[in-house]
Design a binder for this molecule. Sequence first.
Ligand code: ZN
Length: 127
Amino acid sequence: MNQSCPCHSGHVFEECCQIYCSRIQMPSTPEALMRSRYTAFVLKDWSYIKSTSMGKALKQFKRSKSLESIEWLGLEVIKTRQKNAVEGWVEFIAHYQLNDKEYTLHERSYFKYHIDRWYYTHGRQLS
Ligand SMILES: [Zn+2]
């Protein structure tokens, strides 16, 4: 059975984030990386989260891991900008549930291209 991708792209998992989460291919855009990281959060694939983090995000990795008890409910990508070949950001809204309460995370995530792949460097919470 084809399963729809946890990143809510509308594509099946095998043709979306799975190729990145299983390290078959590197995400070629900040948005593809952002989506695959969301999927990794859903699947609690911490090694993928860690290996795609850099700088401040890598320093805060332990804190990301504390998000383990969160149940992710949905993702909406609002806007994505690639400033140049090595910098880009993605604005998104993620819905999640924690201790029976629903929350919304509105964030702009920043990405850097280093050597041969994109990394998540930091995020800025909006509204
Ligand atoms: Zn996906």
